[in-house]
Design a protein around this ligand. Structure first.
Ligand SMILES: Nc1ncnc2c1ncn2[C@@H]1O[C@H](COP(=O)(O)OP(=O)(O)O)[C@@H](O)[C@H]1O
Ligand SMILES: [Mg+2]
Length: 300
């Protein structure tokens, strides 16, 4: 599995040969759906990988339908990596592989190798319950439990055995809400339902809940798409702060958001990881024609 073609290759020469946006003329071909020129361009490796994905393919419907194809990518320590690309290109499918969320979908088959700190997370010996605490996930729609604000945070640490008594639980609830930037807004109403909060507050509650179980990686699948611009800005600031402690992979439809919050960006198209690189380079000087066409709004 470790002999994959994508490992450690900087593909600028390949791009030049295949006509990248820097050199291509005006008459671009329509988007290729054949298999040509779809190997990942850019650097998939990082010096300090937290997670490594190699040749990851995912099939739905018991292998009938290939959703992503041989994706190889590192996720660095203390980085935010953004996943962009048109609807249906496989962004959610890809990040769900990182905490084995796809295991919950009947008929979904994941192939390839994914490691967290060099441990294969698909190994038979791995228990997915602690894995999903270590690699936490925040969804598009805030989904607080039908419990109080306090219990939304306290529940996970209790079942994972991270707290032994009431005062430890109180402390963890407070520190998690503080790290999620929500404490001041909720400290006087901890016994009220999580669902009584605004959408943006609920999303921060879900982030606090994820943080409370001491994750190392946080996956976010379009965490702001149900939020207004002010709530979005608060979450974006929070993501930037959280990077100090965690690795974050965020799916976003907003290229502005990707450029505001991420250091690296991965562009997917029809199940292939087409290009990955430093966010600024992806948006200012993409190597691949498809990336160029997507970020300039030729398709979406
Ligand atoms: N549970 C599922 N069952 C069958 N097909 C699915 C399922 N989830 C996603 N797909 C298909 O996999 C492909 C990738 O979808 P998805 O990962 O949701 O893309 P994105 O998040 O980029 O919009 C699409 O063709 C989609 O229809
Ligand atoms: Mg999605």
């Amino acid at each position: 599995m470790q002999t994959e073609k994508n490992a450690s290759v900087s593909r600028t020469s390949v791009d030049a040969a295949s006509g990248n946006p820097a050199v291509a003329g005006k008459h671009r071909k329509p988007h290729l759906v054949d298999r040509e020129n779809r190997a990942t361009v850019g650097e998939i490796n990082v010096p300090n990988p937290k997670m490594q994905c190699r040749d990851v393919s995912v099939f739905y419907d018991y292998g009938e339908k290939e959703a992503i194809r041989k994706v190889s990518l590192d996720i660095g320590q203390n980085e935010v990596i953004a996943m962009i690309g048109p609807s249906g290109c496989g962004k959610s499918t890809f990040i769900r592989c990182l905490n084995r969320m796809n295991d919950t979908i009947d008929g979904c088959v994941v192939k390839g190798r994914i490691t967290l700190d060099e441990i294969n997370i698909y190994d038979k010996s791995i228990d997915v319950v602690p894995l999903r605490a270590q690699v936490g996930m925040v969804f598009q729609k805030p989904n607080p439990f039908p419990k109080s604000i306090y219990d939304n945070i306290a529940y996970g640490p209790k079942i994972h055995g991270l707290v032994q008594n009431k005062s430890e639980t109180d402390d963890l609830v407070e520190s998690s809400l503080k790290r999620a930037g929500l404490w001041n807004e909720v400290k006087d109403r901890l016994d009220q339902p999580g669902t009584s909060l605004s959408g943006g507050q609920q999303q921060r509650l879900c982030i606090a809940r994820t943080i409370a179980v001491d994750p190392e990686v946080i996956l976010m699948d379009e965490p702001c798409s149900a939020l207004d611009p002010i709530a979005t800005a608060i979450i974006e600031d929070l993501i930037d702060e959280l990077r100090q402690e965690y690795s974050i992979a965020i799916v976003t439809h907003s290229m502005q958001q990707a450029s505001r919050v991420s250091q690296r960006t991965a562009f997917f198209h029809l199940g292939d990881l087409i290009e990955v690189g430093p966010t600024e380079q992806i948006f200012l000087n993409p190597l691949h024609q498809l990336t160029h066409d997507y970020i300039t709004g030729r398709f979406g």
